[in-house]
Design a protein around this ligand. Structure first.
Ligand code: SF4
Length: 226
């Protein structure tokens, strides 16, 4: 159960396995690289839906996160089953599949979309996500989400060595006019995809707050998640 993952709702979160990014600062490495990290027990779909049925009076929403949920061809059917039980759906995505997002939106299978903007739209994006990417797809996802009429948010985890102040200012220009944008504090320690990031010192909280002051005029809501 989560009170914070789905703004305004009591929700539960389901994690999907597999991701097409390799963000070095990723805190869900077991969902990304199963060769190096043990993903543990995969929950059968029936167990998940039995759980949801037993919580229909208690929960309002389901957060579907990853990994990257849109990698799974079964996602539309999975979301349909959740919606049929009366839950709202929040989908987390890295924005690499705009065509799939478009269909999910058109078919009414998502109520809230949270998309990571990993960095400004330059070569630094690939360094930040650890793989080659098609930036045009990321930009297209931003446009689709902003025009969707749904509740949505964009967010960036701000990591020393990957993000400068100039990068965050550039992001603010690129997604200017968005409803909600969150600057998220990087956390070192714990399970992390690239072990070198375990000992990386996060930016001071004050730095993120000052960034927010500089960009908040571009959004309806702009906050720091510490
Ligand atoms: S942080 Fe990056 S690597 Fe980890 S799940 Fe999200 S998109 Fe994938």
């Amino acid at each position: 159960m989560t009170l914070i993952d789905y703004s305004g709702k009591i929700a539960c979160t389901v994690f999907t396995v597999g991701c097409n990014f390799r963000c070095p600062f990723c805190h869900n490495p077991e969902l990304v690289d199963q060769a190096r990290f043990n993903v543990g027990g995969i929950i059968e779909e029936k167990v998940f839906f039995d759980f949801l049925k037993s919580r229909q009076d208690l929960l309002g929403g389901v957060c579907v996160t990853g990994g990257e949920p849109t990698l799974h061809s079964e996602l539309p059917d999975f979301l349909k089953q959740i919606k049929n039980l009366g839950f709202s759906v929040k989908l987390d995505t890295n924005g690499t599949a705009p065509e799939k997002l478009e269909i999910l939106i058109k078919d009414g299978l998502v109520d809230y979309i949270a998309m990571d903007i990993k960095n400004c739209f330059t070569d630094i994006y690939e360094k930040t996500v650890g793989v080659k990417i098609d930036l045009e797809k990321i930009k297209k996802s931003v446009k689709i989400i902003m025009a969707s009429g749904l509740e949505y948010e964009f967010r960036t985890t701000v990591v020393p060595g990957l993000h400068t102040e100039a990068d965050i200012l550039d992001i603010a220009l690129e997604i200017c006019g968005a409803k909600k944008y969150y600057l998220q504090q990087f956390r070192s320690g714990g399970k992390i995809l690239n072990q070198e990031y375990r000992s990386l010192k996060p930016y001071p909280a004050e730095f993120l707050r000052e960034l927010r002051e500089k960009i908040k005029g571009s959004f309806e809501i702009c906050e720091v998640r510490e």
